[in-house]
Design a protein around this ligand. Structure first.
Ligand code: G3H
Length: 196
């Protein structure tokens, strides 16, 4: 069975400042990750450029991270965008705690179902990923997905068959490629940490 490769975008300017939301560009480290990622992918025998599909979100940091990868087909998906944080866009977690204490508490109590005012919940992401998963399942060619933390937590949990309650807490670090290979029962997983 065909493996799927996932990675978050490289470090962004908002990541450096600990801010959520926005559509910021890559930091110099993030740019370096984009270089290392393309080298890594071009060296993977399972990812021949004449067959490879690269899917990103429509966000700058994901597009820039994938920009140097040679592939047969490149697709930008709105459904792969990071969780929409609504009124909390551009804030740090400390600022959310200070400005919206109730919201902060409510999210702590039920991170899976909590929906940001004018934004989304993890449950919302799980449902908008249905179309991506449908396409992914029917792909014959290998796929590399460059997306975002919350979205990749949901996709990863789908492949590893993890309970929804665990989704918001899964570790999907920056600058790490996760290779998931479907097996007869479940999936095998391998992680590659890039030294940026
Ligand atoms: O808000 C963007 C983050 O990638 C999601 O992180 O759900 O742990 O707050 P969080």
């Amino acid at each position: 069975p065909r493996p799927v490769y996932f990675t978050r975008h490289g470090e962004s300017i908002f990541n450096i400042h600990g801010l959520i939301g926005g559509d910021s560009s890559l930091s110099p480290k993030g740019e370096k990750f984009a270089d290392l990622l393309s080298l890594f992918i071009h060296n993977e025998p399972e990812l021949p450029p004449d067959q490879l599909n690269v899917w990103t979100s429509t966000m700058k940091r994901a597009r820039a991270t994938a920009a140097k990868i040679k592939c047969a087909r490149y697709v930008e998906w709105r459904s792969l965008r990071e969780i929409e944080v609504g009124v909390c866009d551009g804030l740090s977690y400390d600022q959310i705690r200070d400005n919206f204490p109730q919201e902060y508490k409510a999210r702590e109590m039920d991170k899976l179902r909590y929906r940001y005012p004018r934004g989304e919940s993890y449950m919302d992401i799980i449902s908008r990923l249905e179309s991506v998963i449908f396409e992914l399942e029917r792909q014959q060619a290998p796929v590399v997905i460059v997306a975002h933390q919350a979205v990749l937590r949901c996709l990863y949990a789908y492949f590893l068959d993890l309970p929804p309650e665990e989704v918001p807490y899964l570790a999907i670090p920056l600058h790490t490629v996760i290779k998931v290979t479907p097996k007869a029962y479940g999936c095998a997983e391998k992680r590659y940490k890039m030294m940026v």
